[in-house]
Design a protein around this ligand. Structure first.
Ligand code: AMP
Length: 182
């Protein structure tokens, strides 16, 4: 967890590889569907372009399908999900059906000004439609409003790990791996 631009995607790839589990990014799956021109992609794109969340029903069904695949049996790392309270509840139910639960929730803490700079830089490099200044502002608002409150939920469960997300990529990775005892 962490605001847009905190470095979740970059770190999640490396940490999943270190743990030997699949990296499941809902944002990546949506973008792949947009590129492939699927119905899911068409549905998701209008929300993504506006910096809004894709409806929970769509996102939850996609995650349910993904984590039921064989490669997820040893475990998996979710990147960018859950992002709403309804997603938390739905994920709990998906896991509970198999007697599982979330082992750890990792929050990358960052300075918001730095985040905005990172996102604007990424906009230039990757040409993402949702990285314009206006959409970035909206994405940060939506995060503060809908996702930041979930941090308390995982803290109460005693599974939250907070990691300083500022600094070089390798430094942050090392902090995460240390914090989760990997
Ligand atoms: P990300 O790459 O994780 O920043 O996601 C990019 C965009 O995909 C978000 O701004 C949302 O529009 C959409 N998205 C990704 N994950 C979710 C989610 N868990 N719930 C709703 N929308 C999502």
């Amino acid at each position: 967890m962490g605001p847009p631009g905190a470095g979740k995607g970059t770190q999640a790839v490396v940490v999943a590889a270190a743990l030997g589990v699949p990296h499941i990014s809902t944002g990546d799956i949506f973008r792949a569907n947009v590129s492939a021109g699927t119905d899911l992609g068409r549905e998701a794109q209008r929300y993504m372009d506006a910096g809004e969340y894709v409806p929970d029903s769509v996102t939850n069904a996609m995650v349910r399908d993904r984590i039921s695949q064989d490669d997820c049996r040893p475990g998996f790392l979710l990147d960018g999900y859950p992002r709403t309270l309804e997603q938390v509840n739905e994920l709990d139910m998906m896991l509970l059906a198999d007697g599982l639960h979330v082992d750890r929730a990792i929050e990358l803490t960052v300075d918001t000004d730095v985040v905005v700079d990172r996102l604007l830089k990424r906009a230039e490099e990757q040409d993402r439609a949702d990285d314009t200044a206006e959409v970035i502002r909206r994405r940060l608002e939506v995060y503060a409003d809908q996702t930041a409150p979930l941090i308390a939920v995982y803290a109460e469960r005693g599974v939250l790990v907070q990691v300083d997300g500022m600094g070089e990529v390798d430094e942050v990775t090392a902090r995460i791996l240390t914090a989760i005892g990997a």
